[in-house]
Unconditional design. Structure first.
Length: 291
């Protein structure tokens, strides 16, 4: 049976201060910190070699006038997504039994850090920006298309706009997760939330023993032999998109994908908890107004 997400916030109490959500706790569910925790992280290192943790911050309903919206921050990468529609398709030639998705990713002028910005020439910067926006837009469409009940709005289009406010390397993983939250916030029926994770393989210590880095920054990626990005629908354990940048052995690819999977599951839990908390708050506000 498909899992349908329709947790739309109807109203916000006047005295309610919107929360950015909690930082994700360790991948072990037994040590996962509840929403509101101020510390913790997705630990992608082995127990014998503790490494940097990934801190995630989420919020929904952040863009006025949009059907749904979300904000996600992973370390130094920040993304804002908004959803509009579904709207009727104007051209009859585009009609179909299922609705259409229009995914657009834009990079803020100040979004790129350091080497990612490349040469300072305005022409080179603009060319690089356009290519990256096209790549990220295509990846977003692949990652989230299977999660949406497109059959629920035939002859219509759902517009998803993502704005990358800052990109420290994790944008390919943050954008689909943020878009999925925004879609859920809009009330559009979904099969599942899409959660993404990114893991890099590095031997920066030079000991010949690879280490795994969750959501590596641009500086960390420079020392990685490979970086894997996975988009997952946990309810059906379906990988909707998987990319590997660099070279990786078969054995390391298996271990990297396992860690990506665990990261997706942990993020998915965080996303669900946030949406449930939002819905419960909305119902509580409505009951309070009725009384």
């Amino acid at each position: 049976m498909a899992t349908l997400y329709r947790p739309r916030v109807v109203r916000r109490a006047r005295d309610e201060t919107p929360s950015r959500g909690a930082r994700i706790g360790p991948t072990d569910a037994r040590s996962h910190k509840p929403s509101g925790a101020r510390s913790g992280g997705i630990d992608t290192e082995t127990e014998e070699n503790e490494g940097p943790k990934t801190f995630v911050e989420v919020d929904t309903g952040v863009v006025g006038g949009a059907a749904g919206s979300a904000y996600v921050k992973v370390n130094g990468t920040r993304v804002l997504c908004s959803v509009r529609g579904p709207r009727a398709i104007k051209k009859s030639s585009d009609f179909g039994d299922e609705g259409a998705l229009d995914c657009t990713v834009r990079l803020a002028p100040f979004a790129l850090y350091g080497e990612a910005a490349g040469p300072t020439s305005s022409r080179n910067v603009e060319t690089r920006r356009i290519k990256r926006e096209q790549m990220l837009s295509g990846a977003l469409l692949r990652a989230i298309k299977g999660s949406i009940r497109l059959d629920r709005f035939p002859k219509s289009v759902l517009e998803i706009d993502a704005l990358v406010l800052s990109d420290d390397g994790a944008a390919p993983a943050v954008i689909p997760s943020c878009a999925s939250l925004a879609i859920a916030d809009s009330g559009v029926e979904m099969r599942d939330l899409v959660a993404c994770a990114q893991v890099g393989v590095s031997d920066a210590a030079g000991k010949g023993v690879p280490s795994f880095i969750s959501s590596p920054t641009l500086a960390q990626q420079a020392a990685c032999s490979s970086v894997m990005t996975m988009a997952l629908l946990p309810a059906s354990e379906t990988i909707s998109d998987l990319t590997i940048k660099g070279t990786v052995s078969h054995s390391l690819a298996g271990e990297t994908s396992k860690r990506c999977f665990e990261g997706c599951i942990t993020l998915h839990r965080q996303m669900r908890e946030h949406l449930v908390a939002k819905a419960e708050q909305a119902f509580a506000d409505l009951e309070g107004e009725e009384q």
